[in-house]
Unconditional design. Structure first.
Length: 104
């Protein structure tokens, strides 16, 4: 990732897409769009549907990561294991009273 730039109310995020497949680029665009939708919607139905779709798209992106294709260990479902681990971490955050704050 190259960087972030906030200008005139627009957040620009730069990725080096040289090593990304076209499908990965489409998923990044979709995730970006869904993030925006989740952050501004005032509809309960849209909020829940967009959150679910965001998680599905992130899972799809993880499954398409280069690591899964070049792994030297055969028959190990790394993507599924990574997603299970991630969901355990998310589940822990859901029920935790403390949230991470990354504001600088």
């Amino acid at each position: 990732m190259k960087g972030f730039k906030l200008e005139n109310g627009t957040l620009q995020i730069e990725f080096d897409a040289n090593n990304l497949a076209p499908q990965q680029i489409r998923i990044i665009k979709t995730i970006n769009s869904i993030l925006h939708s989740v952050s501004i919607t005032d509809s309960e139905e849209d909020y829940f549907e967009a959150c679910a779709e965001l998680m599905k798209q992130v899972a799809a992106f993880v499954k398409q990561a280069k690591f899964n294709a070049v792994s030297t260990f055969d028959n190990i479902p790394y993507a599924e294991q990574a997603l299970e681990y991630s969901m355990d971490e998310v589940r822990e955050k859901i029920f935790s009273t403390k949230l991470n704050n990354f504001d600088n």
